[in-house]
Design a protein around this ligand. Structure first.
Ligand code: GDP
Length: 422
């Protein structure tokens, strides 16, 4: 870990089980020199002792175990550094909470690598993950066709997989940045090009990562400040939260939605910062005080007057359901958008989409586990939110079914209260 990275990129590696995610990661760590000294040799020695062939997947697993010790977060985060950028792997392969983390926004990926085994070809999971990445708004991704060594590094095999998968993705408008033939095991086209696939002249996996762009800094967007808590402190009320987008400063006129209460920022408070800051931006947790005593509660979103969020009791959404029991039209759920929680029900299930073949089913009144649906959600009280195409954090939601995060989705359309939608 020599030079200090100037930026970081959150990535996920997805694909069918056994297609080589851990092996690829082991390679990436080893080939970028991101492993602690002696780690590679140690794992190789253990393999020799146990009489088994060394695998890069073991290396990654051993590394992960070490990094995980003492870490209590539910997402296993590890990273490697390449050309001045830190790549944070926001979910370890095979991690059982993967889909839930993706959906609840706990793990926000800026880019993804989607692995396909060259010998096995495009599988159910390859399709499902491709669809979900797109649903969750991860637009930057490369497809990595792995285990090319098992198909004699043949171009026709690679071309066939590329064609089939691109056709599948194009049905919902997803376009991979690159499709790269590799052997994670042999190290071909991971860091080095080698000569075995001379017919391929595109980037290696590390080159492709380097070409991924950092998302526009969230601080440049309009302000979105979801209120987490309000504390009474002396005579003052301190309103706290984490700024999801944009920036705020002393003197700003704020609008709180959905209540539509308004006041100016008198002070910005941050712990252990002296002198107190006069402003704060996306990513920072802050407290503010206002120049007027207005009653604000957790769940409201503070913004500037010129760029208000949407406020309504209904919206249309794409939802991925993970619940143990099916989602049912008419049943009550708890909706969470940013810090807000409100009772809701599913007013309409427009259609259900099978993530494997994208077949659509209409007229259904329930959504089974692992299905994706287009639906209309109706809330008991007005909520503030955004379209997910404009704002990441306030444009997504989760549905809680009896204390369980059972589904998650993105807001695609607002339905105004005077609008007919049934
Ligand atoms: P994961 O379940 O996607 O994390 O897959 P692993 O990385 O654990 O790999 C599954 C199996 O495929 C292991 O036995 C690996 O050694 C093997 N494997 C992974 N990549 C390659 C490759 O490029 N070539 C060959 N021949 N085997 C590979």
């Amino acid at each position: 870990h020599s030079s200090k990275p100037s930026e970081h990129l959150n990535i996920v590696i997805v694909g069918h089980v056994d297609h080589g995610k851990s092996t690829l990661l082991g390679r990436l760590y080893a080939d970028t020199g991101s492993l602690p000294d002696g780690k590679l040799e140690k794992v190789q020695a253990i393999c020799r002792q146990q009489g088994k062939e060394f695998e890069y997947a073991f290396l990654f697993d051993a590394f992960l175990e070490e990094q995980e010790q003492g870490i209590t977060i539910d997402t296993a985060r590890t990273f490697f550094i390449w050309q001045g950028r830190q790549y944070i792997i926001i979910d370890a392969p095979g991690h059982k909470e993967f889909l839930k983390n993706m959906i609840s926004g706990a793990a926000r990926a800026e880019a993804a690598l989607l692995l396909i085994d060259a010998l096995e070809g495009v599988k159910e999971q390859s399709k499902k993950h491709g669809y979900l990445l797109s649903l969750l708004g991860v637009r930057q991704f490369a497809v990595v066709v792995n285990k090319m060594d098992l198909v004699g590094y043949r171009q026709d095999v690679f071309d066939g997989i590329e064609k089939e998968y691109r056709e599948f993705l194009s049905q919902f408008g997803a376009v991979p940045e690159r499709v790269i033939p590799v052997s994670a095991k042999m190290g071909d086209n991971i860091a080095k090009r080698g000569s075995v696939m001379a017919w391929y002249d595109g980037p290696t996996v590390l080159d492709a990562l380097h070409l991924f762009k950092k998302e526009t800094a969230r601080s440049e967007q309009p302000l979105r400040f979801p209120i987490q808590d309000v504390y009474k402190f002396d005579a003052r009320r301190i309103i706290t939260g984490r700024i999801a987008a944009g920036r705020l400063k002393v003197g700003d006129h704020l609008v709180f939605s959905p209540s539509n209460k308004r006041a100016n920022i008198r002070s910005v408070e941050a712990f252990n910062i002296e002198p107190p800051p006069t402003g704060a931006e996306a990513g920072q947790s802050v407290g503010i005080t206002l120049d007027e005593q207005i009653f604000i509660e957790r769940g409201e979103i503070a913004t500037h007057q010129s760029q208000l969020p949407l406020v309504s009791t209904a919206f249309r959404a794409n939802l991925f359901w993970l619940g143990r029991r099916p989602l049912e039209k008419g049943r009550k759920y708890l909706l969470r958008v940013a810090t807000n929680e409100v009772d809701c029900e599913i007013a309409v299930i427009h259609k259900i989409i099978d993530t494997m073949d994208l077949a659509q089913q209409q007229g259904s009144t329930s959504v089974a586990r692992n299905q994706v649906a287009e639906l209309t959600v109706r809330t008991k009280a007005p909520v503030a939110f955004d379209l997910s195409s404009s704002f990441e954090a306030t444009g997504r939601f989760v549905l809680v079914d009896e204390y369980d995060i059972a589904g998650g989705g993105i807001v695609t359309e607002v339905i105004h209260d005077d609008q007919e939608f049934l």
